[in-house]
Design a protein around this ligand. Structure first.
Ligand code: 13P
Length: 246
């Protein structure tokens, strides 16, 4: 059981449409109840829904984020792209950067670094995703990979007070497999040890669900969860928060 201030971030990926707005009534009600305890809820829907979510959450404490942004801070001829300023303008407070689903498509650490710097300039808080693939894990390269992702991704980012790190092992995303508790504790500590002064808060993401949250919540160096599949089901998402605090 924990009594800590914890973040619960719903990453909806490429799911949802206008009718999904109806499913949010339950979470709004929950966010105003005592049961939320010290949980901080953040929704990251697809770009198309950010504005509508932001209006829907107008009178409650639920945060809104984008799932990515373009690396340029100014407008430009970049078909299909959205930058951090545009996200801020439609009501986002956060942005996920460096998700492995985007790294897979070619986003490298340098590009991620540029995105992070420009997102901070646009006054967004950044949820910076890092994590190793299964092959890297098998080759015992996890710490090497994470160190490089942190070093390059946060290169010349002096003020880290608006950075959150999400450790998402690629082999755990959408697979139902989560790392062993003792391994996860060790990796989160390793990530925190990379920061000389104060470490950013570190979240865990990868197959978090109402069944495994009882074990995950016992890992006391985790500051929150980035939740994909289970977050699209409001009941499951609420269950995860409730179980964290019981
Ligand atoms: P799942 O919870 O569906 O494994 O997704 C995790 C994730 O990628 C969150 O960003």
């Amino acid at each position: 059981m924990t009594n800590k201030y914890m973040y619960f971030i719903a990453n909806w990926k490429m799911y949802g449409n206008l009718s999904s707005l109806n499913t949010l009534n339950k979470i709004i009600k929950f966010s105003k109840s005592k049961e939320i305890n010290k949980g901080r809820l953040i929704y990251c829907p697809p770009y198309t829904l950010i504005s509508a979510f932001s209006k829907k959450f107008k009178n409650c404490q639920i945060g809104i984020g984008g799932q990515n942004c373009h690396e340029s801070i100014s407008y430009g001829p970049y078909t299909g792209s959205v930058n951090a300023k545009m996200l801020k303008n439609i009501g986002a407070h956060f942005v996920i950067i460096g998700h492995s689903e985007n790294r897979e498509k070619g986003e490298n650490d340098k590009l991620i670094n540029l995105k992070i710097k420009n997102a901070l300039l646009a006054k967004l808080k950044v949820i910076f995703c890092i994590g190793e693939t299964l092959t890297q894990k098998k080759k015992k390269k996890t710490e090497f990979v994470l160190s490089k992702q942190i070093k390059v991704g946060l290169n010349s980012v002096k003020n880290k007070s608006n950075i959150f790190i999400a450790y998402e092992p690629v082999w755990s995303i959408g697979t139902g497999v989560v790392p062993k508790s003792k391994d996860l504790f060790k990796t989160i500590n390793f990530i925190k040890s990379k920061f000389k002064d104060k470490s950013p808060k570190v979240f865990y993401g990868g197959s978090v669900n109402p069944q495994n949250i009882n074990d995950l919540k016992e890992i006391n160096n985790i500051d929150g969860f980035l939740i994909g599949g289970a977050s699209q089901n409001t009941k499951k998402f609420i269950d995860i928060v409730k179980k964290t605090y019981t």
